[in-house]
Ligand binder design. Structure first.
Ligand code: GDP
Ligand code: MG
Length: 433
């Protein structure tokens, strides 16, 4: 399955120092496959992975799991970005505000019309009017009336009138006269795009100039959704997309494809047949869904925890034997860096926060410390006591620091070692046994 495959490819990245062309190729291939499996259009998937690659290459990675984490983050953020970054609200200006539905037959226009009326009535205090402009199927008007009855919203219909443009115009007039501040117009759709349908809805648009034209699309139609969206957009220049039937198995790749082909925001997603099965569209959540990211993220976290646990077990053993050396020190530093902003962490220690207020303290503090340790030989790192005067001199030169800085670090290290020993033997001053 999809997330297994990604897990495997992220494992390849494990333990690499930087993200490079070679170690990222496999991961990107898997991501591309995953996207295509999730119904993302091939071209979109290709462009997407190329972008991710550009962002990922050369990024530095500190510890064993970081390349995978970093990739997850880059992929996730990029997906969310491509789908619009943040959610976009519906335009309700105008008195009344008029919303026109478009889309193929069976996409969910009538159902969504009801859901939207219901939502805006209950959450935003609107007084909506539903309008039946699907005049070709005898059952269509009845269907909207049933829905209107369920949510207690009146339905405007003209039985026998075969002019949809006229009905829409009359409905807006009726709404003005009856204090409806919101008009939702349900229209007819065909099984495939045809001229007559396109003309009709374009004529409705011209006649009533709605605040918002929404394109409703069945998320299960996958690749086809892209072409349909493109044609409707060329003809209507719609304002937003509604993705329906997301309650099924579909991964929602259509969202990504449509968004990148028509660059119009997705505003809502339908998640069931009931009137309350409607959600605001959140790009981040959709990114999770498309990649099956939840699994990967928790996998990475799990592995991360395991690594930390092992590491701290190893360290406490060494501490107990007083074998804590510069390699351990380095590893500690990297753990701290991973935790985030140093100043934030330090300020959590009681009494330290105030003292730090005006102090410049960022991750650069680590830089000279790290370069001093990197300038030590493996022998020296394991035996801190071996660092005599001439060794210190050499290390200072090698790391581009001064002998004073090296001495200061050695002193700090020594203090730290003493303190850690006390902690590990439970001899902290003032600490109860
Ligand atoms: P229209 O032809 O575009 O007006 O589509 P309808 O609103 O009549 O919906 C077609 C079918 O899809 C109906 O059986 C709806 O109940 C169903 N449907 C609509 N939206 C959703 C949804 O979000 N989830 C599910 N599972 N079914 C939906
Ligand atoms: Mg309908």
């Amino acid at each position: 399955n999809l997330s297994d495959r990604l897990e495997r490819s992220f494992k390849i990245l494990k333990g690499q120092g930087t993200i490079t062309e070679i170690n990222v190729a496999e991961t990107l291939k898997e991501i591309r496959k995953a996207l295509i499996e999730a119904d993302v259009n091939y071209k979109v998937a290709k462009t997407f992975t190329d972008d991710v690659k550009k962002k990922a290459l050369g990024q530095n990675v500190l510890t064993s799991l970081q390349p995978g984490q970093l990739m997850v983050k880059i992929v996730h953020d990029e997906l969310a970005q491509l789908m619009g970054g943040s959610s976009v609200d519906i335009n309700l200006k105008g008195s009344p505000a008029v919303i026109l539905m478009s889309g193929l037959q069976g996409s969910g226009k009538t159902t969504f019309s009801g859901k939207l009326a219901n939502l805006l009535k209950s959450k935003r205090g609107k007084n909506p009017l539903l309008v039946a402009c699907d005049i070709y199927r005898p059952a269509a008007i009845e269907q909207l009336k049933v829905i209107g009855g369920q949510i207690n919203v009146p339905v405007y219909a003209e039985e026998g009138n075969m002019n949809a443009v006229q009905i829409a115009q009359h409905a807006v007039k009726f709404a003005k006269q009856n204090n409806h501040d919101l008009v939702i117009i349900d229209t007819a759709g065909r099984l495939a795009i045809d001229e007559q349908m396109m003309n009709e809805i374009a004529n409705i648009k011209a006649a009533i100039q709605p605040q918002e034209i929404l394109f409703v699309v069945d998320s299960m139609t996958g690749q086809d959704a892209v072409n349909t969206a493109k044609e409707f957009n060329e003809r209507l220049n719609f304002d937003g997309v509604i993705l329906t039937k997301l309650d099924g198995d579909t991964r929602g790749g259509a969202a990504l494809s449509i968004r990148s082909v028509v660059t119009k925001p997705i505003k809502f997603v339908g998640t069931g047949e009931k009137m309350d099965a409607l959600d605001t569209f959140y790009p981040e959540r959709m990114a999770d869904r498309i990649l099956g990211m939840g699994d990967i993220v928790s996998f990475v976290e799990r592995a991360q925890e395991m690594y930390d646990e092992e590491e701290s077990r190893r360290l406490s053993k060494k501490l107990a034997k007083n074998q804590f050396d510069f390699n351990d020190f380095l590893s500690q530093l990297q753990q701290i860096k991973k935790m985030g902003n140093l100043k934030d962490i330090a300020s959590m220690i009681p009494g330290v926060g105030k003292a730090l207020k005006d102090v410049e303290l960022d991750d650069n503090v680590f830089k000279s410390t790290e370069s001093i340790i990197y300038s030590m030989t493996p022998y020296e790192r394991e035996r801190p006591d071996s660092l005599n005067g001439s060794r210190r001199q050499r290390i200072a030169r090698g790391s581009g620091t001064s002998i004073q800085e090296v001495n200061r670090l050695l002193k700090q290290f020594d203090d730290m070692r003493k303190m850690m020993k006390m902690v590990s033997q439970n001899k902290m001053p003032g600490r109860k046994k």
